[in-house]
Structure formats: structure tokens, C-alpha cells
Design a protein around this ligand. Sequence first.
Ligand SMILES: [Zn+2]
Ligand SMILES: [Zn+2]
Length: 165
Amino acid sequence: MFVVSMVLFDTWFYWGHRLLHLPTFYRFHAPHHASIAPTAWSNDSSTTVDTLIEHGYHLIIWFLLPMPATAIFAQRLYDQISGMIGHAGFEYFASPTSRWPSPFICTTFHDPHHSDFRYNYRNFFSLWDRMMGTVDPKYDAMVEEMENPANTGKTATETGDGAHG
Ligand SMILES: [Zn+2]
Ligand SMILES: [Zn+2]
């Protein structure tokens, strides 16, 4: 049920977030986007309407499926922690597990949503963004580059970093 809740909430949040980017609703989401260069605390920068739309899932799921409270609590805890990491402004998890074909992501996924509002609406999986064409076309290449900074096209000598090997 934890996995089911992860998938359902991921879907709920993607479409709620897309809704908040429509002109009618954007004023409720604008305070979240006041952070152009987010920090971990930007995750909780939100209006009441924004929170009700993006997290209303946690109010109604109890009436739709026989979810154990622990599954919903664990999923909400995962959301809180991954949300803070996803706004951290620093990449900790760049690896093949956070780029295509893996459905998982790293900080570089949602963090740039705050400087380029068109892409990367989710913060669990990249699947909805990939299916709907809202994934940043540069995302997978950026992650791959960060996995090994030596892959930037320059040799260690050219970057003046040769002494460190
Ligand atoms: Zn947004
Ligand atoms: Zn955000």
C-alpha cells in the first residue's frame, strides 16, 4: 500500500501542480516560486490553497482506499524529506539511478523548476513529466555530467585540476 500511495500521490501532485501553473490558479502558487534559487526550506513555502490542491490527497485517500495509516504516514514522510532534498540547491544523488531509464530523480530535477517554470513538476518520479513532455530535455545529460565531472569535455590539465588527478 506504501507503493500504491507513492504512485497515486505522484499522479495527484503532478496534475495539481500543473493546475497551479494555469493563469487562474498561479497566484496561489506564486509565493512558492518566489524562491528562484531554492533552499531546503523553500519546500514548505506555500499558500493554503496551494497546499490544499497539491496535498488534498492526504485528506481524501482515507475514504477511497483501505490504506493503513502507517503507509500514508510513511509516504508523507518520504514526501517531506525528498521535498527538502529536492529544493536543496546542491546535488547529492547524481547517479544512473536518477536518470532515464530509471524513474527516480535527484535534486537537479525539481530544483531548476524554480528558475525555468516550464519543466520538472514532480519530485518522486520523472514518469509523468516524461509522458507529458514536461521533462527538461537537458536533465538526463546534466545528471550524467555531474556523475563524473571529468566528462565535461575538458581534460584535467585544461581545467587546471591535474594535481588532484
Ligand atoms: Zn511550480
Ligand atoms: Zn518547488
